[in-house]
Design a binder for this molecule. Structure first.
Ligand code: 2AM
Length: 180
């Protein structure tokens, strides 16, 4: 029996924002543009871990639990299309320092634990459409949503009944943000 699981650390989108994004997406893209990601699967990956053994998972959870990082606000004001992976994404023009630090920490912990980390720079994004390999008319602007990241979550990616689902396994808080 294999006990390894496909895991990643991510920020969860608040339910209300998930709904706003999918309503906007239905207006902003034609059905031919790509396959919409299910509302419950919308997330922002901080570190992708790949297939992880139970032992490594325990070690990574312990490390995650020791992280002390401030929360941050993320403005979702950027959109793009990566034709090669076939992804249309929602992102930010200015990644907050807290997001970059958190991703860097999780990625370096993952690398030290033996999880391969892509040499590509971290580009925070929420995948909106998949299988978008043909040219896509990307709207010039987003409504400019903001969400507050006050925790991060370890997810398991499961492929069942022909669908990918992301199951939250454990969540850790980020420190309270000072209000300006
Ligand atoms: P994507 O949305 O840009 O495809 C679960 O699959 C999450 O991990 C998704 O956010 C996905 O990013 C990301 N992911 C999958 N494979 C990855 C890889 N090899 N390197 C980095 N991120 C990956």
């Amino acid at each position: 029996m294999s006990s390894s699981r496909r895991l990643f650390f991510a920020l969860t989108l608040p339910d209300a924002l998930q709904q706003q994004v999918i309503r906007w997406r239905a207006e902003a893209f034609t059905p031919e543009a790509g396959r919409p990601v299910a509302a419950a699967n919308l997330h922002l990956t901080l570190a992708f871990l790949g297939d992880v053994s139970a032992q490594k998972e325990t070690a990574l959870k312990k490390l995650a639990g020791r992280i002390i990082q401030p929360g941050f606000s993320m403005i979702l004001d950027d959109l793009g299309h990566w034709p090669r992976p076939g992804v249309v994404w929602l992102g930010t023009r200015r990644a907050p320092r807290g997001a970059l630090q958190l991703a860097e920490l999780l990625r370096s912990q993952a690398a030290r634990s033996g999880c391969y980390q892509s040499p590509m720079p971290f580009h925070p994004h929420i995948t909106l459409l998949r299988s978008a390999t043909q040219p896509v008319a990307v709207p010039p602007a987003t409504p400019g949503w903001t969400f507050s990241a006050d925790s991060f979550t370890l997810y398991q990616s499961v492929f069942e009944n022909g669908r990918t689902r992301y199951h939250p396994l454990e969540q850790w808080p980020l420190a309270h943000q000072d209000t300006p």
